[in-house]
Design a protein around this ligand. Structure first.
Ligand code: NG6
Ligand code: CA
Length: 508
């Protein structure tokens, strides 16, 4: 649909005639969601980083709204992405945990998602980059058409990594087919044991150009051992250090092809996840080694997208949201000097914990809204969950969600646009256990388990006693106030229980 067509149809339906409280009555903005992987609260300049320069991300923050209290739904990838796209808390879905590369599709075809909702409103939709939400129905055959996938839940087009950069299969899947697959060299994937007699990171460490620090010792692709086993598909294997270029090229071409109609681009970067493999031109970008250099590479991607929009006169009326899927981690499984070269850089800024943690570092992430036509520059402390984007975008585009869709998503559009300072009051955060934010109060449920995750050296926030923090005075969660505030603890535990008990409604 053309932009004019979008307006005509919505006007005809009487939906966009004139301003309402927060719906947008101008031309439908394009929406680009730049979803970085493992980018922490302190990893970019506009959130305090100094040892890596992120001029393009900082420019978005300077011209847009920078948020200080936006959260992913969980402290790892799959559950966060599940919530982002469906508007449902991932803790309601037991299967929404870090998935292997051969997992079946987690979001069932026909489900209302951010993509299907925008598609229905006339947007052309595309998913580019990390998927990690499962593909197929189980026993996926990588050598034929792979369905269901992104196209069955609202993306017109897709160009994805099936799972993560560190999980097999290490191939791109474009619109349901492995790109560049030679039928004479079929792909096999197995997460239970080695295939054929192929060397692995465990048996042939001498073949590795980057060694694992924990896990990641299975099939070797491009000198890097991964999680899981695969064979075949030689011609289809991706080039790790050209991945950012490839994904960015795909995004720019999508923008080019859709300059004349509203589009929604879910740009899910591989950066800055492991294996950190920046293009060689970033090899000296920072003094922090690969982990710093992939942040510089991510920033370059952002600059390319902005330049592409600018070139076509689309920057003014494109709503760009930049965020991350969970907090930062330093050693996530490869010996890549991230720990030794970290120096004074604080990946999670002032927050305690990081990826995998119940503390704020697990889910509180950078979040920038850039839309020059509508959003004034500034900083917002509104409490928002990424789970809220679906209902907020529905409000923005005057989409009607069927009853039961996006059950945990709140319309916080006016906060996202900077028209209100208030987001939501209550927000569930998920890591090893559930936590509840009630304004600036943070309640962490009692949890057994290690206090520090040995491999990643992350403070988990596990404690057999309930924890209560007042983030307005103690952002770093250093002083547990539970013992002196038993009534508050009970109040928050009850509220959390009520949210859990509300359960998941049937999903349209
Ligand atoms: C962990 C991996 C880690 C990363 C994570 C998922 C090991 C030892 N660790 O299991 O490297 O892949 O899963 O990250 O295998 S996420 O960002 O996709 O959630
Ligand atoms: Ca992640």
């Amino acid at each position: 649909m053309t932009r004019r067509g979008f307006l005509a149809s919505t006007a005809a339906a009487g939906l966009m005639a004139g301003h309402n409280a927060s719906g947008y009555a101008g031309a439908a903005p394009n929406i680009i969601l730049i979803y970085a992987d493992d980018l922490g609260y302190g990893d970019v300049g506009c959130y305090g980083a100094q040892r890596v320069k992120t001029p393009n991300i900082d420019a978005l923050a300077k011209r847009g709204l920078r948020f200080t209290d936006v959260h992913t739904s969980a402290a790892t990838c799959t559950p966060s992405r599940y919530s982002l796209l469906t508007g449902e808390y991932s803790f309601r879905i037991p299967g929404a945990k870090v998935l292997p590369g051969d997992a079946p599709a987690l979001i069932q075809p026909g489900r209302v998602t951010m993509a299907s909702m925008l598609k229905q409103r006339g947007y052309r939709t595309k998913a580019i980059g990390k998927w990690h939400l499962g593909l197929g129905n189980g026993n996926v055959n990588w050598n034929t058409e792979i369905v269901p996938g992104p196209r069955e839940i609202g993306f017109d087009e897709s160009f994805i990594l099936p799972a993560t950069g560190d999980r097999v299969p290490c191939v791109y899947v474009e619109n349901g087919r492995v790109r560049n697959l030679d039928p004479k060299d079929p792909i096999k994937v197995d997460y239970t044991g080695p295939l054929d007699d192929q060397p692995t990171g465990k048996t042939h460490p001498q073949l590795l150009k980057m060694k694992p620090s924990h896990g990641h010792d299975m099939t070797i692709v491009n000198g890097i051992s991964r999680i899981g086993y695969m064979s075949g598909g030689k011609a289809a294997l991706w080039d790790d250090d050209k991945m950012a270029d490839e994904l960015t090229g795909q995004a720019v071409s999508f923008i080019d092809r859709n300059a004349k109609q509203p589009f929604f681009l879910y740009f899910a970067t591989h950066d800055i996840h492991v294996p950190r493999s920046p293009h060689p031109r970033f090899s000296k970008a920072t003094e922090m080694g690969r982990r710093g250099n992939v942040i510089a590479e991510l920033d370059w991607c952002v600059g390319e997208l902005v330049a592409a929009l600018q070139k076509r006169g689309l920057l003014q009326n494109t709503l760009i949201v930049l965020s991350s899927d969970n907090g930062a981690v330093v050693d996530d499984g490869y010996q890549d000097e991230a720990v030794t070269k970290l120096g004074s850089h604080r990946p999670n800024g002032p927050l305690r914990g990081g990826k995998y943690s119940n503390f704020e570092g697990g889910t509180r992430v950078p979040f920038i809204v850039h839309w020059p036509a509508r959003v004034k520059p500034g900083v917002s402390d509104a409490l928002i969950g990424q789970v809220d984007l679906l209902r907020s975008f529905a409000q923005l585009t005057d989409a009607k969600l069927p009853v039961g869709a996006a059950p945990d998503s709140e319309n916080v559009l006016s906060a996202l646009l900077g028209e209100s300072k208030t987001g939501r009051q209550l927000l569930v955060e998920q890591a090893s256990i559930l936590s509840l934010r009630d304004g600036n109060w943070k309640y962490i449920s009692p949890a057994n388990g290690p206090k520090v995750q040995v491999n990643t050296n992350t403070e988990t926030g596990n404690d057999p006693q309930a924890q209560l923090y007042d983030l307005s005075r103690d952002l770093g969660e250093t002083k547990n106030l539970a013992a002196e505030n038993p009534r508050k603890v009970k109040e928050l535990a009850d509220k959390l229980q009520a949210i859990r008990a509300a359960g998941s409604r049937p999903q349209p």
